[in-house]
Write a protein of this length. Structure first.
Length: 136
Protein backbone atom coordinates (compact mmCIF):
# COMPACT_ATOMS: atom_id res chain seq x y z
CA UNK A 1 0.00 0.00 0.00
CA UNK A 2 2.87 2.37 0.66
CA UNK A 3 4.84 1.68 -2.53
CA UNK A 4 2.69 3.56 -5.05
CA UNK A 5 4.66 6.79 -5.59
CA UNK A 6 2.07 8.21 -8.05
CA UNK A 7 -0.75 8.12 -5.53
CA UNK A 8 -0.47 11.41 -3.63
CA UNK A 9 -3.74 10.90 -1.74
CA UNK A 10 -4.36 8.99 1.44
CA UNK A 11 -6.58 6.54 -0.45
CA UNK A 12 -6.16 3.13 -1.99
CA UNK A 13 -8.01 2.83 -5.28
CA UNK A 14 -9.58 -0.51 -6.09
CA UNK A 15 -10.35 -1.44 -9.68
CA UNK A 16 -13.25 -3.79 -10.26
CA UNK A 17 -13.46 -5.93 -13.38
CA UNK A 18 -16.54 -6.55 -15.52
CA UNK A 19 -14.72 -9.41 -17.18
CA UNK A 20 -11.12 -10.49 -17.74
CA UNK A 21 -9.15 -7.43 -18.89
CA UNK A 22 -12.31 -5.28 -18.84
CA UNK A 23 -12.25 -2.91 -15.85
CA UNK A 24 -15.03 -0.57 -14.86
CA UNK A 25 -14.14 3.05 -15.66
CA UNK A 26 -14.44 4.32 -12.09
CA UNK A 27 -12.31 3.17 -9.19
CA UNK A 28 -13.41 2.76 -5.62
CA UNK A 29 -11.31 4.81 -3.16
CA UNK A 30 -10.79 3.70 0.44
CA UNK A 31 -8.66 5.63 2.96
CA UNK A 32 -5.38 3.83 3.78
CA UNK A 33 -5.87 4.26 7.52
CA UNK A 34 -9.29 2.53 7.31
CA UNK A 35 -7.78 -0.45 5.48
CA UNK A 36 -5.01 -0.72 8.06
CA UNK A 37 -7.56 -0.61 10.91
CA UNK A 38 -9.61 -3.38 9.33
CA UNK A 39 -6.79 -5.68 8.23
CA UNK A 40 -3.79 -5.26 10.53
CA UNK A 41 -5.21 -6.18 13.95
CA UNK A 42 -6.66 -9.37 12.56
CA UNK A 43 -3.32 -11.11 12.15
CA UNK A 44 -0.70 -8.83 13.66
CA UNK A 45 1.41 -10.56 16.29
CA UNK A 46 2.68 -8.19 18.93
CA UNK A 47 3.65 -7.92 22.58
CA UNK A 48 0.03 -7.84 23.69
CA UNK A 49 -0.51 -11.29 22.18
CA UNK A 50 2.84 -12.94 22.82
CA UNK A 51 3.33 -12.53 26.52
CA UNK A 52 6.22 -14.17 28.36
CA UNK A 53 3.85 -14.80 31.25
CA UNK A 54 1.69 -17.08 29.09
CA UNK A 55 2.52 -20.67 28.23
CA UNK A 56 0.34 -20.46 25.12
CA UNK A 57 0.50 -17.69 22.53
CA UNK A 58 -2.82 -16.99 20.85
CA UNK A 59 -3.04 -15.63 17.32
CA UNK A 60 -6.32 -14.61 15.69
CA UNK A 61 -6.57 -13.93 11.99
CA UNK A 62 -9.20 -13.96 9.25
CA UNK A 63 -9.91 -17.26 7.53
CA UNK A 64 -7.41 -17.21 4.69
CA UNK A 65 -5.58 -20.11 3.09
CA UNK A 66 -2.35 -18.15 2.66
CA UNK A 67 -2.38 -16.70 6.17
CA UNK A 68 -3.34 -20.04 7.68
CA UNK A 69 -0.47 -21.87 5.99
CA UNK A 70 2.03 -19.15 6.93
CA UNK A 71 0.87 -19.19 10.55
CA UNK A 72 1.04 -22.99 10.69
CA UNK A 73 4.59 -22.94 9.34
CA UNK A 74 5.74 -20.22 11.76
CA UNK A 75 4.11 -21.96 14.74
CA UNK A 76 5.58 -25.35 13.79
CA UNK A 77 9.09 -23.97 13.38
CA UNK A 78 8.87 -21.96 16.59
CA UNK A 79 9.33 -22.92 20.22
CA UNK A 80 6.38 -23.52 22.48
CA UNK A 81 2.64 -23.82 22.07
CA UNK A 82 0.55 -21.64 19.79
CA UNK A 83 -3.24 -21.48 19.56
CA UNK A 84 -4.35 -20.35 16.10
CA UNK A 85 -7.91 -19.04 15.77
CA UNK A 86 -9.57 -18.40 12.42
CA UNK A 87 -7.83 -21.31 10.69
CA UNK A 88 -9.33 -21.90 7.27
CA UNK A 89 -10.67 -25.44 6.75
CA UNK A 90 -9.32 -26.07 3.24
CA UNK A 91 -7.55 -28.89 1.44
CA UNK A 92 -4.30 -26.89 1.23
CA UNK A 93 -4.43 -26.31 4.99
CA UNK A 94 -4.88 -30.03 5.66
CA UNK A 95 -2.00 -30.87 3.31
CA UNK A 96 0.31 -28.33 4.98
CA UNK A 97 -0.54 -29.52 8.48
CA UNK A 98 -0.06 -33.18 7.58
CA UNK A 99 3.31 -32.41 5.98
CA UNK A 100 4.46 -30.52 9.10
CA UNK A 101 3.37 -33.40 11.34
CA UNK A 102 5.00 -35.98 9.03
CA UNK A 103 8.27 -34.02 9.23
CA UNK A 104 7.92 -33.95 13.04
CA UNK A 105 8.01 -30.14 12.88
CA UNK A 106 5.09 -29.91 15.31
CA UNK A 107 2.59 -31.80 17.37
CA UNK A 108 -1.16 -31.14 17.21
CA UNK A 109 -2.40 -30.68 20.76
CA UNK A 110 -6.00 -29.73 20.02
CA UNK A 111 -8.14 -29.15 16.94
CA UNK A 112 -11.69 -27.84 17.22
CA UNK A 113 -13.62 -25.92 14.56
CA UNK A 114 -11.49 -23.04 13.27
CA UNK A 115 -9.04 -23.29 16.19
CA UNK A 116 -5.92 -25.42 16.35
CA UNK A 117 -3.30 -25.63 19.08
CA UNK A 118 0.13 -26.88 18.06
CA UNK A 119 3.47 -27.27 19.79
CA UNK A 120 6.42 -26.27 17.63
CA UNK A 121 9.62 -28.30 17.69
CA UNK A 122 12.01 -25.35 17.30
CA UNK A 123 12.74 -26.01 13.63
CA UNK A 124 13.78 -29.61 14.19
CA UNK A 125 12.74 -31.76 11.22
CA UNK A 126 13.01 -35.51 10.76
CA UNK A 127 12.77 -37.50 7.54
CA UNK A 128 9.25 -38.83 7.07
CA UNK A 129 8.60 -42.56 6.91
CA UNK A 130 6.46 -42.10 3.77
CA UNK A 131 6.55 -39.62 0.87
CA UNK A 132 4.95 -36.27 1.68
CA UNK A 133 1.85 -35.47 -0.36
CA UNK A 134 1.95 -31.88 -1.62
CA UNK A 135 -1.31 -31.84 -3.52
CA UNK A 136 0.36 -31.94 -6.91
Amino acid sequence: MESDKKNKTNDIHFVFLKDIEKPYENTFAVPKNLIKKIISPAYKIGPSILSKAQDISEIKFPGSKSLTNRALLMAALGKGTVKLQGVLDAEDTHIMLKALVDLKACEILDKSGDTITIKGNEGTLQPPSNPIYTGI
